[in-house]
Design a protein around this ligand. Structure first.
Ligand SMILES: Nc1ncnc2c1ncn2[C@@H]1O[C@H](COP(=O)(O)OP(=O)(O)O)[C@@H](O)[C@H]1O
Ligand SMILES: [Mg+2]
Length: 435
């Protein structure tokens, strides 16, 4: 077990993304970094895990997301069951890492997005399930949750929120694109020599969501195209790719965000039917879907990105799909396309670490959305607090901190030891940023 930070807090960040594959957990020590100024923090990853989503609950959740309807009793129950699954994932992670739950100051839970409504003509709104009170009861720890709604209430997209970590961590001389490929893809552009407020971000479109639906329909045992092997065997059907790229989402100007409501199973099934009509083999269909994810990312960079991007750092499960990575490298010869892991943090866990940071900012009452990234009218404090057994002592500690409310503008990663080897799928270039 690692030594605990003397000041600051040990925060556990948790998220299940649109893929509903796992509850990602990151235990982070966050502390003021007074040597770097009153607005600086250090983040040290202490332990992390991707806890598989409980299979029955996963089926129920995917079913609900696919049909977009359920009896109120089922929704009410699901909210509590997801909360329980998050608590279980937290306890499992702590147990494996040899960390006692009493060492955790705060749990920051993103929960599971059930619906993200950004359709024109509707009230912008979003819903992340996973009852925080259940997590607070089971862990005995204060919880911050419901992190997206304040940004949406302030006129933003409520996404991408991870940009806050990206923008603060990658501020420097280089222009970098931080590309996450989860169920949905999102990018943060951090401009060389710019301030955190100069960063901007948006969802690029489908990440793995369509690929995963195809993988399930084609009966792939993993439920996804492991390593992108199936896509690599196939040939891209250019006409179908062009048809798919005509979807209006890609041409919309940022800020913008999307989800399974648009690029979910319903849309995937339409594409699969079209591919069958065109007599594409399963391999060619998978190759064309992988090409769509890569092409929509590249097209978004050309349309909305900065003119020169020195490095593209890829995170999320899609970074393990070589068909995606190969195509990104081929289409972006002017940039170094590398794994996010080279920054010093495993790309698979970056979102969970980002939510730990956002929870830490919430309990300090500090705004943590970047309006340039989400489109919000103002920078606001994100999240709702559910008091746990440690609530009073936690608040006293915040009150004792110098400048608890001055907004954070710098973050550095402290050295950490991975608790399991990080897989290095073919990276050639070293990104020698010093952080
Ligand atoms: N080894 C792998 N090969 C190919 N794809 C993978 C691999 N591991 C994960 N993935 C893809 O990544 C997805 C999960 O990515 P993740 O970043 O967790 O997304 P989300 O944030 O939506 O949960 C899986 O559903 C799968 O499509
Ligand atoms: Mg996931």
């Amino acid at each position: 077990m690692e030594a605990r930070a003397e000041q600051g807090m040990r925060v556990m960040g948790m998220i299940s993304g649109t893929s509903v594959d796992a509850i990602d957990v990151a235990v982070c020590d966050l502390a003021p970094d007074t040597r770097n100024g009153p607005d600086a923090l250090t983040l040290r990853l202490v332990a992390h895990a991707e806890q598989p989503f409980p299979p029955t609950l996963r089926e129920r959740t995917l079913e609900l997301l696919s049909h977009q309807a359920a009896p109120l009793a089922d929704l009410t129950e699901l909210n509590f069951q997801i909360g329980d699954a998050f608590a279980e994932a937290a306890l499992q992670t702590l147990d494996t890492a040899g960390i006692g739950v009493e060492e955790i100051d705060l749990a920051a839970s993103h929960g599971q997005t059930l619906y993200h409504l950004m359709e024109s003509g509707r009230t912008p709104s979003t819903w992340q399930a996973g009852e925080a009170a259940v997590i607070a009861q089971r862990l005995g720890v204060t919880v911050t949750a419901d992190i997206r709604v304040a940004d949406v209430a302030a006129g933003g997209q409520g996404a991408p929120l991870v940009s806050f970590l990206d923008a603060l961590l990658f501020a420097g001389p280089h222009t970098v694109a931080l590309q996450n490929i989860g169920g949905i893809g999102n990018v943060t552009f951090v401009l060389g020599g710019g301030a955190p407020e100069d960063a901007y971000a948006f969802d690029t479109g489908p990440g793995n969501s369509l690929l995963d639906r195809a993988a399930r329909v084609f009966g792939l045992p993993a439920g996804y195209d492991e390593g992108g092997q199936m896509a690599l065997r196939g040939t891209v059907h250019d006409d179908l790719l062009a048809e798919m790229l005509a979807h209006p989402y890609y041409a919309r100007h940022p800020p913008k965000s999307t989800g399974r409501e648009v690029f979910g199973d319903g849309y995937a099934d339409e594409i699969l039917a079209r591919a069958e009509q065109l007599l594409l083999s399963p391999d060619d269909t998978m190759a064309t879907l992988a090409a769509l994810t890569a092409a929509s990312i590249v097209q978004a960079y050309r349309a909305f990105g900065p003119p020169r991007i020195e490095a593209v750092q890829v995170s999320g499960g899609g970074a393990r799909n070589l068909a995606l990575m190969d195509r990104l490298r081929a289409f972006l010869p002017e940039s170094r396309v590398i794994l996010y892991d080279e920054s010093g943090m495993p790309g698979a866990i970056k979102e969970a670490a980002a939510f730990a940071l956002l929870g830490y900012e919430c309990i300090h009452g500090r705004p943590a959305n970047l309006p340039s990234c989400t489109g919000a009218a103002a920078s606001v404090v994100l999240g709702k607090i559910t008091p746990g057994a440690n609530y009073n002592s936690l608040l006293s500690r915040v009150a004792r901190e110098v400048n608890p409310c001055s907004p954070t503008r710098k973050i550095s990663l402290q050295a950490w030891k991975p608790n399991r080897p990080t897989p290095p799928p073919h990276t050639s270039t070293q990104w020698n940023r010093s952080i």
